[in-house]
Design a protein around this ligand. Structure first.
Ligand code: NAP
Length: 321
């Protein structure tokens, strides 16, 4: 089968299309003939070698989110899965391939009306957006800022905050055109990457910040929290924050601020699957929008990564074998 491996950590030229052996489903696993493969920000982080300590080494088949038809089951898995159209998280076993394997608890049948392309756009990121807002104790009426809203986690967080009755949903983004697209998803205020340029009615402070970006500017956004504000860092698209960023919170002691990192890895798998299933149903009904930047052939994975590195992607790139 065709697969895309990380030959050398670093830029997208280090990705290579190879002929690889077909992976058999092991005990507790299903095998999937992929029809859509998500290519997201976390794949770029893995490609650069940042997560090598977690087992994502050179030679690894990149990707972790696929949709397709189940073609086989391993020991202990109900054969009724065979033939079903599913979404799956493939973890360390890789997803940029014509065949992928996944633990059955990480597999979800697709509802009628949801394409594989939609599923890999929403499946991983929607859950992060949902539980990040929950971790932030988001309530109707709260003012929310989504930092890095143009990605698939961010644009889903914007939609969920708007549907959840936020008092305002501000976003950071890099262009007016992206701002307009985010307004169409529910944003009420558009800020530039440094948090400026809001209209005269923009909230002074935010009850909740959902931050996909981190990086050197993170303290500027801690300053934007209202008293009792909650800051949830879900990504490091711009790298880690300055080591002393916690001093900003100590300096603002009397505002009773909270800061937390959040990874969906800490959410029990059944809870993740229940939220994902509800979001898939909403998306199939058109109540939650999936934002697909482009669909490319699997062999063009390096091109997808160049577009991600150049900051050209709005939403999600999807690969098709
Ligand atoms: N917490 C979890 O459970 C979890 C799960 C999966 C992934 N992640 C993490 O989430 C991140 C990827 O999320 P994603 O795919 O939604 O994001 P993404 O598409 O990679 O990036 C989101 C947006 O951030 C903005 N951005 C990029 N570089 C920036 C910079 N230097 N300064 C300010 N803004 C910048 C860009 O929008 P503009 O150009 O419009 O500003 C970009 O579209 C990764 O860090 C990954 O590790 C976390």
């Amino acid at each position: 089968m065709k697969a895309v491996v990380i030959r050398t950590f670093g830029d997208p030229d280090g990705l290579e299309v190879v002929e690889a052996p077909e992976p058999p489903p092991g005990p507790g696993q299903v095998q999937i003939a992929t029809e859509a493969i998500g290519a997201g920000g976390v794949d770029a982080v893995i490609r650069r070698g940042t997560l090598a300590a977690y087992g994502f080494r050179e030679g690894h088949v990149l990707g972790s989110e696929v949709a397709g038809r189940v073609t086989g089951v391993g020991e202990g898995v109900d054969a009724a899965w065979i033939g079903r159209e599913v979404w799956a998280f493939t973890g360390l076993s890789g997803g940029y391939a014509e065949l992928a394997v996944a633990a059955v608890e990480d597999v979800l049948a697709l509802p009628d009306g949801l394409t594989g392309i939609d599923a890999v756009t929403l499946g991983g990121s929607g859950v992060v957006a949902h539980f990040a807002l929950e971790r932030a104790r988001f309530m109707p009426g709260d003012t929310v800022l989504v930092r890095g809203a143009a990605g698939s986690i961010g644009n889903t967080a914007v939609q969920l905050a708007a549907k959840g009755g936020a008092g305002a949903v501000a976003v950071t983004t890099s262009s007016a055109e992206r701002g307009t697209r985010l307004r169409n998803l529910g944003a009420t205020h558009v800020l530039d990457r440094s948090g400026q340029l809001a209209g005269p009615d923009a909230p002074e402070g935010f009850d909740v910040v959902i931050d996909v970006v981190a990086g050197p500017d993170l303290p500027l956004f801690l300053d934007r929290l209202s008293p009792n504000g909650r800051y949830v860092a879900v990504g490091v698209v711009a790298g880690p924050p300055p080591a002393d960023f916690g001093m900003r919170m100590i300096d603002a002691f009397r505002k009773s601020l909270s800061f937390t990192t959040f990874s969906s890895d800490t959410v029990p798998v059944d809870d993740r699957q229940a939220v994902r299933a509800a979001q898939f149903t909403d998306a199939a009904r058109g109540e939650l929008r999936t934002v697909v930047h482009e669909v490319l052939p699997l062999e063009r994975a390096a091109l997808a990564h160049r577009a991600m590195d150049a900051g050209e992607v709005f939403g999600r790139v999807v690969l098709k074998p």
